[in-house]
Ligand binder design. Structure first.
Ligand code: NAD
Length: 337
């Protein structure tokens, strides 16, 4: 049983904590918070030992009657790995601390690949990260692109990818982000950073991306144009995606016309927090024309990277050499496909 800590118990951190807790080969030995808010209270109620990452704020937790197990310094000795889920940019600074403490670290997509040194996706480069000390799980958008591009590349080879990505303006719990009434080219320059980010885990892929922000809080939506080496039949592509783990083909003609309806579907599936860890691909959007594959997909930004974090723990701690077995185990324990 491996001991896992979560530094930063927010949108991603609390989900990774729950996903660790439902595996049978790893356990949560501590999560950290800086603020004694409802998330801190619920972490304690779930039985996760709560450590403070800003010890000077300990009095605030006492006032809020939230019991601490100690400061973050007390947690390092108990860990096999720290999963850093702090806001983008902080993880790279924390890496220095983990290194001093002799603790392995997993970081999130808000960190720069160059600062962490290695990047990870379960389907593209699991084995390259076996036994590594510091690895970054690529962002929600990059994870979404890799989940569908890797099986297509395996099926028929990819010459090049061009993708337009429509991104949610903020997460549902964020009240200060936007836009509220605008479509924002983000960045207004081409390419966006997403293509190079995919290349940190699919090293030789020719990919160029453009991105926009829109006023929605739930799900990103991607539009892909993929030139194929040896174009297969459309049925072969459909069968491949239907049998790819963590990908779900959805049909507009069954009422799943939009990101809103897909999230409603996830709630109906009874998923924790109404999350959809899988990438939803609209079946009707799949088409091959002149050797080029077209499709549209939707990504639940708060949850798609969560199973990848679990596989990344197994790779770093060399608990499982075979990505397929880790993916199967993670999925079974999380109740996802
Ligand atoms: P968040 O703001 O929801 O949570 C961050 C948590 O870290 C909060 O609990 C905050 O109090 C805590 N924190 C802040 N500063 C800290 C510090 N110095 N030390 C310890 N804890 C600190 O952020 P998030 O959305 O969960 O994002 C975390 C990481 O995951 C980022 O790198 C982000 O880019 C990445 N990510 C986010 C999403 C998403 O859609 N939210 C998707 C994929 C990846």
């Amino acid at each position: 049983m491996k001991n896992v800590g979560i530094n930063g118990y927010g949108t991603i951190g609390k989900r990774v904590a729950d996903a660790v807790a439902c595996q049978d080969d790893m356990q949560i030995v501590g999560v950290t918070k800086r603020t004694p808010d409802f998330e801190a209270k619920m972490a304690v109620e779930k039985g996760f030992p709560l450590y403070i990452s800003a010890p000077e704020r300990e009095g605030l937790f006492e006032e809020a009657d939230i019991k601490l197990a100690g400061t973050i310094d007390d947690l390092y000795d108990k860990l096999d790995v720290m999963v850093d889920c702090t806001p983008g940019g902080i993880g790279a600074k924390n890496k220095e601390i983990y290194s001093e403490k002799g603790v392995k670290g997993i970081f999130q997509g808000g960190e720069k690949h160059e600062q962490i040194g290695k990047s990870f996706n379960s389907f593209t480069n699991y084995k390259d990260n076996l036994g590594a000390d510091y690895v970054r799980v690529v962002s929600c958008n990059t994870t979404g692109l890799c989940r569908t591009l890797q099986p297509i590349d395996d099926l028929c080879g990819i010459k090049k990818v061009r993708a337009v990505m429509v991104r949610r303006g903020s997460d549902p719990g964020q009240i200060k982000a936007g836009p509220i009434n605008a479509i924002v080219p983000n960045p207004p320059t081409v390419p966006s950073h997403h293509g190079p980010d995919v290349q940190t885990v699919m090293y030789d892929l020719d990919i160029v991306t453009m991105a926009l922000l829109v006023p929605t809080t739930i799900m990103h939506q991607h539009n892909l144009m993929v030139e194929l080496e040896t174009p297969p039949s459309l049925d072969d592509v459909i069968e491949t995606l239907e049998t790819t783990p963590r990908v779900k083909l959805v049909e507009a003609n069954k009422g799943l016309n939009s990101t809103a309806e897909i999230m409603e579907f996830a709630r109906d599936l009874g998923r924790p927090r109404g999350d959809l860890n899988e990438i939803a691909v609209w079946k009707e959007s799949l088409n091959i024309k002149d050797g080029e594959l077209f499709y549209m997909q939707a990504i639940h930004q708060e949850s798609d990277v969560v199973p990848e974090n679990i596989d990344c723990i197994r790779a770093l701690l060399e608990m499982e050499d075979d990505p397929t077995k880790s993916i199967e185990k993670t999925n079974k324990n999380m109740g996802i496909n």
